[in-house]
Design a protein around this ligand. Sequence first.
Ligand code: GLN
Length: 496
Amino acid sequence: MKTIGELSQALRSRTVSSVELVQDALARVASAQARLNAFITVDADGALAAAREADAVRSRGEASALTGIPIAHKDVLMTAGMRTTCGSRMLGNFVAPFDAHVVARLREAGTVLVGKTNLDEFAMGSSTESSYFGPTRNPWNPACIPGGSSGGSAAAVAADLVPASTGTDTGGSIRQPAAMCGITGLKPTYGLCSRYGLVAFASSLDTPGVFARDALGCALLLDPMAGHDARDSTSLDRPREDRAAALRAPAPVRPLAGLRIGLPREYFGDGVDAAVLAAIDAALAKMRSLGATTVDIELPAVRHSVPVYYVIAPAEASSNLSRFDGVRYGHRAERYGDLADMYCRTRAEGFGAEVKRRILIGTYVLSHGYYDAYYLKAQQVRRLIAQDFARAFDRCDVIAGPTTPTAAFPIGAKADDPVQMYLNDIFTIAANLTGSPAMSIPCGFTAEGLPIGLQIQGRHFDEARILQVAHRFQQATDWHLRPPPGEGAADRKGRR
Ligand code: GLN
């Protein structure tokens, strides 16, 4: 399997054409679909047409680094003319009339869209089991979940169906599946990538981001995705950065010299699997050997992040999902009495159990008499969590720890226990509450051969730094290059 950087080089040197790469990707997607269920929609004709166009652009000498690279988008991002389902019956046949901003940016950069990936319904979940289209399976062990909610995107990259994909991260939905599928995932700073055309779950937390095999691949995708968009009022106008070029600059002899890594006491305590802790310790030892120093820090309010999130996210979701009423788009009940009955039946039929649970919780915490006790209090504690991080970043440049307390678990293991499912996100949620950037990179395996992820969190807009740390770690290790069993052995066109 090859990284985007390598594929980009192969395209540049004409060792392979985009049409060949896309044919290869389509064949792999088709052959893996029954086993993994990573995709909801595949657009073979559209992808091949785009690949031919990319090859033509290249022969005119107008190609960029991403021209002709096949990718997939999480099916919560609008794609003009292609179905966008959000993993829900509610939008089962919905065809978006426009592209999400990040989709358009990646199209303009020359990527070829192969299809849309599976996810927990409306991105609510940590396992990709709540999709109306059935669960996605983990390429490392198909009896296990791939993580979620962007599980289809993560599994697609892990199984080498596509070299990169997009995801969205509201409470960990990029980093957690990246960790569980043994790939690299980046959640950028809130506001760096426009949310226009990302179907809203919790608007103050939702963040589009990327999956790739390595940090350089993430940077190559992030660079064109980032940028101001007047259609999202929280999109920020920042100077353009070439993060990929920064990674390609030669590294010093001690690649991480001067880097101060903060280790939050709260991320290394009870409830973290011993194999996960051992892998994280080994990764940190490696980083020290590359020149980094580690400092112990405290983030006392972070222990409240799961309850805070599970008030704020459902509150915002209950409001955002009110638009699915059978009137304007998506599913409408066939039989109903009056208008109110039509709303009720449409929503009862269209939404699955987890989405309904969130709407109920959200409506409750926002209701008169409970608003102050729950929603307002959660917002106050959210501020305390942000203050903890601000203080910690006075003493360190990045914060590291496990991405998740455990590796992937068997399908069904937590499906009936929402609280156990919610606790999966205990280490990832804070970065959404504060809006800061964070990544997960592969750093080891359990005895059962399941991948383990190291989370690296940065200051706001410090994507370049966390990418750099990840990149230099990856230059010195090969965790991110190990293929799942049965993958990567085949000798395919343009590939190892
Ligand atoms: N697992 C979390 C949830 O269920 C986060 C989901 C996400 O980031 N989209 O809400």
